[in-house]
Design a protein around this ligand. Structure first.
Ligand code: HEM
Length: 131
């Protein structure tokens, strides 16, 4: 039989996503999944197309160079750079966690913030190099 003290509790009928306050490690985790998916769906096709364009002929190489100088393309490159930086840093952190390194709460919070800050700084460096 169901426990009345549990079943009579007022439970939310639906999740109010904007009321969920995710801790920093949770945000890093979601961004790790998002960046992995973005790289798989966008970075790989873009890199393959760029490689193809750079190797096909002198004209296609020049065409590629011209396209890469456009501001919109630079923004896409910047987004993909962030995705790679975040995914790689957060990924190394997960591999360390798998080895039981840095699993206490204080360290996990510190490293999560470090992942966000360092990936942001690396993206800033790419932006400076591009513009
Ligand atoms: C230094 C480079 C990288 C590192 C250290 C790394 C690390 C990891 C780790 C540890 C996971 C598993 C996370 C978990 O246990 O939930 C993972 C997942 C994944 N990675 Fe990477 N990765 C790297 C590069 C890449 C690249 C270049 C791509 C795509 C082109 C990629 C795509 C993915 C995807 C799609 C997942 C699954 C994400 C999910 O569903 O949670 N990764 N990565």
């Amino acid at each position: 039989m169901a426990n009345p003290s549990i079943s009579s509790k007022k439970r939310p009928k639906h999740l109010e996503l904007w009321k969920i306050r995710l801790p920093v490690p949770g945000i890093v985790s979601i961004l790790h999944r998002v960046s992995g998916a973005v790289m798989f769906l966008v970075l790989i096709p873009v890199l393959l197309a760029a490689l193809d364009g750079s190797l096909a002929s002198q004209e296609s190489f020049e065409d590629l160079r011209f396209q890469l100088s456009g501001p919109l393309v630079k923004l896409v490159v910047l987004g993909l750079s962030w995705a790679f930086a975040h995914h790689a840093l957060a990924g190394v952190r997960y591999l360390l966690l798998d080895l039981h390194i840095g699993i206490d709460l204080a360290t996990t919070r510190l490293w999560s913030k470090a992942v966000l800050v360092v990936s942001g700084l690396l993206t800033l460096l790419v932006a400076v190099a591009l513009w």
